[in-house]
Design a protein around this ligand. Structure first.
Ligand SMILES: [Mn+2]
Length: 287
């Protein structure tokens, strides 16, 4: 459905745009991607696929809380300007008391989100779903590469919890140890039962979910720059999301690095469904 001349996620009309709990920001940003390309097409593919979703997610109708889709952010400016524009969009939405949901684009966009959230929230916990640790200080001499995004977020003073990692350097592994970055890596998630509580008591109450779609197994989502075997499966991911959202306040989210493959709709649809199911999990935890 197009209300404002651009396609909208699910396209439901339960709430006026300003009243919608979920505020979607499409950010077709692609600058440092190195291997497979095409993440700039991610937001549009997710939104198009979302039009095929049922409003009832099997338990409730998350869309009743309102989903508003903003026009895509103009990324034809410098990366610095793009990050500033992301920060300003996040500032507006958290000022309204709503939840910003950014659709990437490459993972670098998370830096703009966290910069804005840090102004309002003293302590933020980032729950980072990814096949990669993204903790490199620099990648090909670029500190703002998508492979460095969690390192930059760490530098901003956020606590990080990683889920689904299965590709990292020895330096990144050492960095996680030295800085006590907790995690459930993909192998552990596959081979061991999930702990009753995934996030420890001392992890911040206010959490931001940063979801690189390559955390999921390539059998679900081959449409990403660097698909790694052995990723998270569907119901496992839902269980993990349920567990982390419980007793936490989700202050923002992003879903990044989808690089649509022409003629293959299933990855786009999987991510649209992932996002909508996450809305369901969040709204049901608010009762
Ligand atoms: Mn990744």
């Amino acid at each position: 459905m197009k209300k404002n001349g651009h396609p909208e996620f699910i396209g439901s009309d339960f709430k006026a745009p300003d009243e919608a709990l979920f505020q979607i920001i499409p950010v077709p940003f692609e600058k440092s991607v190195c291997y497979g390309k095409g993440t700039a097409g991610g937001p549009e593919a997710i939104i198009n696929a979302s039009l095929q979703l049922e409003l009832f997610d099997g338990k409730t109708i998350p869309a009743e809380y309102g989903i508003n889709t903003l026009p895509p952010l103009d990324c034809d400016v410098s990366p610095e300007k793009t990050l500033e524009n992301i920060s300003s969009a996040f500032r507006d939405i958290i000022g309204m008391g709503k939840i910003p949901v950014m659709l990437g684009g490459e993972h670098t966009v998370t830096c703009g989100a966290i910069a804005a959230l840090k102004e309002k929230y003293h302590e933020i916990g980032i729950v980072h779903f990814d096949a990669h640790a993204d903790l490199k200080d620099k990648y090909y001499d670029n500190p703002m590469s998508h492979a460095c995004v969690m390192r930059r977020v760490f530098d901003m003073g956020a606590q990080i919890f990683q889920v689904g990692v299965r590709s990292l350097t020895l330096e990144e592994e050492n960095f996680r140890k030295e800085n006590r970055i907790a995690h459930i890596d993909a192998e552990e998630a596959a081979l061991k039962p999930l702990p009753y509580r995934i996030l420890s008591e001392c992890f911040p109450k206010d959490i931001y979910i940063s979801f690189d779609v390559d955390a999921l197994d390539p059998s679900l989502v081959p449409a990403t720059g660097t698909p790694e075997p052995g990723g998270l499966l569907w119901y496992q991911t839902m269980n993990i999301l349920e567990s982390i959202v419980k007793n936490r306040n989700v202050i923002g989210m992003d879903f990044v690095e989808l690089a649509p493959i022409k003629g293959m709709h299933s990855p786009d649809f999987a991510i649209a469904r992932l996002i909508y199911n996450t809305f369901g999990i969040i709204t049901r935890s608010m009762y």
